[in-house]
Structure formats: structure tokens, C-alpha cells
Design a protein around this ligand. Sequence first.
Ligand code: HEM
Length: 258
Amino acid sequence: MSTLIAVLLSLATIVMIVGLARKARQYRATPAPLKIPVTPAPKTTGGVVLRLAKEVIFFASLFRSNKWTWLFGWMFHVGLALAFIRHLRYVIDPDGMLGFMWPLISLEVVQSFGKYAGFAMVIGLLGLFARRILVARVRYISAPSDYLMLLLIMFIGFSGLMMSFVSHVDIVGVKTFMLGILNLDLQELPESAPLMIHLSLVALLGFILPVSKLLHIPGVFYAPTRNQVDNPREKRHLSPWAAKYDATRGSDKNAAAQ
Ligand code: HEM
């Protein structure tokens, strides 16, 4: 079982990283022929960085559009972020190469508060799930995958909470197992049903991520409506592939005339 879980987790990590990198490259190469920032939009690159930061950290545009969706969505993502930082203790060795991160990971606020962040995560997911069922407009546009993604992450959170609060697991053993995978020196996984479920679902999530709606993780940075500077009056916008047809540059006047 330890070997199976180790192989699944390793493959899922590779699929996830390669898949995300390929998608990000595809997004980067997709032409944005028109200036379409949602206004009011920043007029400088620094302003765009600030706008994206507000979007990623506070979900600013979602806040303006729907307070309930914002509340549950934000709760889930902040809970997830805290749980993520708390989980780093399983893969970071204080004496290893990334040991400099240890002070952050071992912070009281991350470890003790982070434990309860799992509840925020699951409550947020329940709210988002209820929204899909209760709001007729949202129910109409919801595909089975929308529900299944929420359920998958919900079960990961739920099995995690089971381990933290109900059926405790040997977390030193979990760390030995995870460091064993990273050092290609396989170790036994502690026996625990919630842990098996937790890790199998995490592997499944890794496999699905690059072909799912979770692609909004890299996608948000490539959205032209958010990442463009609002300067069409000051500067002519020309996507790189169109430059060769640009009559004003005189490179191919005939093509431009066509
Ligand atoms: C290989 C990756 C992972 C490992 C080894 C792992 C392991 C664990 C363990 C051992 C616990 C129990 C902690 C305790 O008893 O204090 C736990 C809890 C939890 N896990 Fe994971 N987990 C992984 C990935 C994930 C992912 C991807 C998510 C979210 C999508 C997640 C969400 C949670 C939550 C919400 C809790 C409960 C709160 C907490 O104790 O932090 N885990 N996990």
C-alpha cells in the first residue's frame, strides 16, 4: 500500500506540474488582439500588478459582484492557503536545503490556527456547493464536474479534519514517508484509513487539476480583461503576431491593405 500511494503521489505531482506548465505556456502564446481591460483599469504596469494582487488575495471583483459567493469562496481559499502552509512541515526538513523556511512553517499562527483553517475550508466548500443547488441561475449552468470538484476537495478536507481531531495519525511517520518519496528512499506509511483516503484523493486531485476548472489558478494571471494596461489613447496596441501586417510600420503594406 505504501508503494502504491507513493507511486500515485509521485505520478500525480509530475502530471500536475507538467500539465500546469504546458497550459501556462499555451495561455501566454494566445494572442490578445484587442485592448479589453475591464474599466476603470490601471494606466501603468505597477497598477496592473496591484490590481492582480487585489484580485488574487482579496477576490476584489467577486466582492463587487456577489457578497455570498465572495464570502464562501474567500473562506475556502484562505483556509486552503493556511492548510497548505501547515502541510509544508511534511515535506520540508529543518536541516535540509529548504530549512530556511522552517521559521515560517513552525509559526504558532500557522500550526495552531491553521488546524482550524480546515473548518473554514470545508464550510466555504459547503456554501459553494449549496449555491450550485439553491440558486436556480447557477444550477442551470452547473455541469456534473462543477459538483464533483467541490465534493473531491471537500472529502480531502473532511478526511484531513478526521485525522486532526478524531482519529489521530502518526504525523512523524507521515513526514518520514513524504521525505522518503523526495529522497527516493521509500518508507512505510503509518496505518490509518483516513490517511489512505486523504492521500488517494490528493493524488486524484493532482491528476485532474491540469484538465479541470482549477486551471483558473494560472489562468487568472493571463486574463486580458485584468492584466492589460488601460493606455490605448497613449500607445497603439498591436499583438505580436499582427505586427508583420502593420501598415504604419511599413513592413508589409500590401498585406495590411488586404
Ligand atoms: C501529499 C500531500 C498531503 C499529505 C501528506 C497530507 C497529510 C495530512 C495529515 C497527516 C493531516 C493531519 C494533520 C494532523 O493530525 O495534525 C492532514 C490534515 C489536513 N489536510 Fe492534508 N495532506 C496532503 C494534502 C492535502 C491537500 C492537497 C489538501 C487540500 C486540498 C489537504 C487538506 C487538509 C486539511 C483541511 C486538513 C485538516 C486541517 C489540518 O490539520 O491542517 N491536505 N493532512
